[in-house]
Design a protein around this ligand. Sequence first.
Ligand code: ADP
Ligand code: MG
Length: 811
Amino acid sequence: MTFDFGIDLGTTNSVIARCKEGKVEVFKNPVGHKETLPSVVAFRKDRILIGDKAKEYLERDASNVFGSFKRKMGSSESFWVMNLEKTFSPIELSACVLRELKNFVYTGEAVDAAVITIPASFDTVQSNATLKAGTEAGFKEVLLLQEPIAASLAYANQQQSDLSEGQWLVYDLGGGTFDVALVKIADGEMHVLDHQGDNFLGGLDFDQLIVDQLVVPYLYGKGKFENLETEFRSAKGRYNNLYFKLLILAEEAKIALSNAVETEIEFEIEDLEGTLLEISCTITRQQFEELIQPTVSRTISMIAQMMERNQIHPSSLRFVLMVGGSTLIPLVRQMITRELGLSVNCGIDPTTAVAIGAAYYAAGRKRKQTSAPDTTKNSAAAMAPLKMAYQRSSQATEEYFVALPDTSFQAVYYRLIRKDGGFDTGIKKINDRIEEMLPLLKESVNVFQLLVLDAHQQVLPLQVPGIEIVQGKFSVLGQPLPNDICLEVDDPWSGGTRLEVIFEKNALLPLRRVVTKEILRTVRKGSDEALIIHILEGSRFSNPATNLPIGSVQISGNTISRDLLKGSDIELSFEMSESRELLVTTYLLMTDQEFQNTFNPSERTVSILKLKDEITELNYRIQSEYNEATSKEEYEMAGQLKQIKTDVELLHLQAERLSSDDVTDWRYQLDDAKRKLASTFDLLTRDKHLVEVKSVYFSAKSSCQFSVEQHGSDEDKRAFSELMNREKEVLSSGSKFAIEGLTDKLQQMRHRLDWKTPEYIIFLYYHFSGFEGSYSNESKAKDLILKGEKALERQNYDELRVVVIQLSHLV
Ligand code: ADP
Ligand code: MG
C-alpha cells in the first residue's frame, strides 16, 4: 500500500494531487473548480470558511480571517479568533487547509496518508509542526518531502526524454519562502547536492512593499494622516482592517503588472479630519521593478554563493527550473539570465508542480500501516511468511525480484504473473528462494501477482502483497538534512559551552548515530535535579547562542534508580526519520537504565523585548571588534565588520518600530535576520580569534615544555605528555574555548613547576614590588618589601616566597 496523495501545503496556495498507474491528477476544488486552494481560513460565528471563500471575508472582517500562517509554523504564536473567543495555532489553521483539500478528492477513496511538502530550509521545529498538522487533519501517516525535490520530480517525470544525466537548479519563489536547490540526475536517481533558502522572502514581501513604499506616501499627499505605518500594522491601529484589504489589492496589482506596464489600486479611506477620500493610485511596472529589485538581488546572490561553494560553472548547469507563483514576474526571469548567465526553464506549471512531484513520490513510497482493514474475500487469510525485495521504480526494461520464504512456509510451487497478461512464469518449484527477472512495460506501472501453491499445485489461501514497479519514473536517492544538528556540550576547559555535531548538513535522511558522553554534574536519585542536554540546529562552527534550539533531552532525578555520579557515562542514540522526527533513546551506564523518547521538542518564541536586547548586544560586540580592527589598521576586516554593523543597525531600527501587538510576522523575520548576521559575524571573527588564541597556546606550550625538561619530576613529564595527547584534537576542533582551556592547563603546570625555582620567585618579587601607590595597604607593603630585600640578600628563597604571596594579596 502506497501513500498515493501529494500535497503542497503552501504559504499562499495549497494543492492536492494523486498518482495512479503512473498518471498524476491534480484535484479541483468542487466549488469554483480551481486547482489551487488559497491557504486562508475565516471564522464566522457559525462556520469555518477555507480558501477563496475565506479570502472574500478579509475585507469585511479581517480580524477573523487568517493567512500566511505557514511562516509562523513551529512558533508558539497563536491567532485570536474574536468570533469564537478562542485561539488557533498555526498548526490548527494548517490542519483546516489540509482537511479542506481532502474534500477535493471526489473519488470517495479514503485520504488517510499523504506526502506533504515543506521548504528545503524548514528547520526541525517547523517540520515537526507540519507533521502535527497532518495528524490533526486526520492523516494516519504523513511523509514530508522537500519542495525542490518535488518540483524536480514533476519536471523529470514529465519531460524525461533527454534527462538521464545532468544537473540543474530549482528556483522556487512563492508567496512566503524562497528556496534554491542544486539537483543532479545520475542513473535515473535524483540527488539534491546542496540548497539554500530564506523562509522569509517571497511574493508577500512584494505586496507589503507596494503598500508601504507606494500607497502610504501617496496617501500622505492626499489627506491628513499620521503614523500610517503603525495604524496599519498594529492590531489596535485605526486602519488595521484596511491594511489587509490593501495587501490584497497590492497583490492584484502585482499580478496585473506581470502582463501590463501600468495598473491602478483603488479604494476609499477616511482621513483624520473625517474626509472620505476616493483613492486611485497608479503603479507602473518600472516603479514596481525598482521596488523589488533589491529583494530579487538577494535571491541572485544566494544562487551565486551556492554555485561558488559547489564550484559550479554556469555552463555545467542545464537550466534554472522556475517554480512558485512569483517566478511569473518578468524581472525575476530577466535577472537570472542577465546576472548569472543561466537559462530559465518555465516548462512546468509553477503553481502545481510541487504537488505533482509529491504525488509521484507518494506513489513510490510504501506505507508502514495499512489503513482500513481489507474487506476483500481474502481478508481472513494469513499473510504468506515470506520477505520480498525489488526496486519500486526503475529506468530499466527488467527488474530483479527475490522472495525469501520463512522456515514455516508450506508452499512448494509458485507462479508469477504480470496483471496485463504479458508475462507468466508458469508453475515453478520453490527452491530456497524465489528469483525472477521481471520484464517491464515502458512508461507504466507494472503490477505483478505472486501465487503460492501446495504439493498438489493448488493455490494456497495465503495473502501475498501485490508487487508494483513503476517504469520510466525517476526516484529520489534521499533527502538531505538542511543544517547541522548539534549537541550543546559543556566545555570543562572554559566553563562555557560548545557545539558537537551529531548529524551533518547535507547528509541523507534517515540518519542514526550513537554518542557516549560523560556526565558533568551529579544528579541525585529522587531529587528535582535533572540532566538536560540541549540540541541545536545550525552551523557547528557557530557560537551556541546563535543557533536555533530545537529541543532537549531531559532525565530527571525522579526517574533514576540510583544517583548518577559526575564522570559516569551516558549513551545517547539519535535517530532522525526522513520527515525529521527526532527520536532520542538514552542509556545510563551507571544505573543500567534505558529511557525511550527523551527528546522534548521546543517551540519557537520570539519576544520583542528580548529580540531588541539581543540586537543591541550584537551591535555592541561588532562595534568593539570594529574598533579593534581599525586601531590595528586591518582595513579589510574593518570594512566587512562595518557592513554587518550597518545591517544590524537597520535591524535595530526595524525592531524599534515593532509594536508589542504587531500582527505581521516581522518579529520572526527580524529574529531570523539577527541569527544570520550573528552567524556571519561569528565566522568572520572566529578565524581572527583562533589565530590569537593559537599563538598564546604555542608560547604557553613551549615555556611549559622548557620548565618540565629543566626541573619537572617523572610525574610532571607524564602529566605534560598526557596534555600533549589532547593537542591534535583540541587544535582541530576549531573551538576557541577548547584551545584556551588547554592553554590554561599548561600555564598552571608551568606556574606550579617554576614556583620552586629561585629565578621565578625573584622575578615575581620584582613584579609585585613595583606597585607603589596602588597597594591596598601602603605601609604594610613597604614593610614587606623591606623584608623581601633582606631575604634576597640572605638568598632565603622560602622566606621570599612568603613575601611574594603576601604582597600579591595587596595588589
Ligand atoms: P506558495 O508556495 O507560497 O503557496 P505560490 O507558488 O502559489 O506560493 O505563489 C504565490 C505567490 O505568487 C503569491 O505571492 C502571488 O501573489 C504570486 N503570483 C501568482 N501569480 C503571479 C503573477 N502572475 N505575477 C506575479 N506574482 C504572482
Ligand atoms: Mg510553494
